[in-house]
Design a protein around this ligand. Structure first.
Ligand code: CP
Length: 307
């Protein structure tokens, strides 16, 4: 039962609860009209302390499509945050106004702090370079819909695996399903953090690390590309040196399997050439749409409106 709970880390939900969210999302996809008044009278607050296109707007669209309403901000400087209000006080106030809140923050752990002071469910919509659990809902719903299963998959994660919160949450989630393995493709400076590798080791999850996308692309079921994130670097020169480490183009796609799918949480900068967009294996725009359905299902579950 997810009613009243927070989603801060993807491990806050079990595999069975994930599957229930995806089953509900599938029902919404099949018959969206049936759900168009399910959240009548309910309010979602979106508190975005960091820029976003997909996450904020898909959350807001999700609530509107369920018949609910939305309050919030996309620019904290227009709120009392600019006067020094703490997260604890802001969330206490929002708890008086809304029924569920989605929060994005540049600082790791900020949504967790909010959840400690909140009287309503808090959803982590991305915290710094840490976790992005609802992107993972979008990713897994996409994989399940296209591949038909979330098990027995060879998943390549490519790009900024150090600060890439979507990759951190994806690895945790896909590790819950049977016989998945990971190929971690990154420059030395942007490798997956040790704490995630230790967890994979403890759970006997198979993984390998490499710098060479070309050498492994032919062996993957899923290629999850990520952006090298300028906003996470302290040093601009280091960012410029690493930003084009990987560019997926038609030539590289020649060596990949015909059933491999390409995912990307977006936004992209240079890491996927536009010429790849027409390839039937490019699923990143579909993935963004699945994100809306996954968030509809999540909102319903947290509000207990799924019964
Ligand atoms: N995938 C994702 O988090 O995109 P936004 O930053 O646009 O929300």
């Amino acid at each position: 039962m997810l009613k009243g709970r927070n989603l801060i880390d993807i491990k806050d939900v079990t595999k069975e609860e994930l599957n229930e969210i995806f089953d509900l999302a599938d029902k919404i996809i099949s018959d969206p009209d049936k759900f168009s008044h399910i959240c009548d009278g309910k309010i979602l607050a979106t508190l975005f302390y960091e820029p976003s296109t997909r996450t904020r707007l898909s959350f807001e669209t999700a609530m509107l499509r369920l018949g609910g309403r939305v309050i919030g901000f996309s620019e904290p400087n227009s709120t009392s945050v600019s006067k020094g209000e703490t997260i604890a006080d802001t969330i206490r106030i929002i708890s008086c106004y809304a029924d569920v809140v989605a929060m994005r923050h540049p600082k790791e752990g900020a949504p967790k702090v909010a959840s400690m002071y909140s009287k309503i469910p808090v959803i982590n919509a991305g915290d710094g370079g840490h976790q992005h659990p609802t992107q993972t809902l979008a990713d897994l719903l996409t994989i399940r819909s296209i591949k038909g299963s979330l098990s027995n998959l060879k998943i390549g994660c490519c790009g900024d695996l150090k600060f890439g919160r979507t990759v951190h949450s994806l690895i945790k989630a896909m590790s819950m399903y049977e016989n998945n393995s990971f190929t971690l493709i990154s420059p030395q400076e942007l490798k997956v953090p040790d704490y995630i590798k230790r967890e994979m080791g403890k759970n006997n999850i198979k993984y390998m690390e490499t710098k060479k996308l070309e050498e492994v692309i032919g062996d993957l079921d899923i290629l999850y590309m990520t952006r090298v994130q300028r906003e996470r670097f302290f040093n601009e020169e280091e960012y410029i040196r690493l930003k084009d480490s990987y560019v997926l183009d038609k030539d590289k796609m020649e060596n990949s399997g015909k059933n491999m799918i390409i995912l990307h949480p977006l936004p992209r900068v240079n890491e996927i050439a536009y010429e790849v967009d027409d390839d039937p294996r490019a699923c990143y725009f579909k993935q963004a749409k699945y994100g809306m359905y996954a968030r509809e299902a999540l909102i319903m579950k947290l509000l207990g409106m799924d019964k």
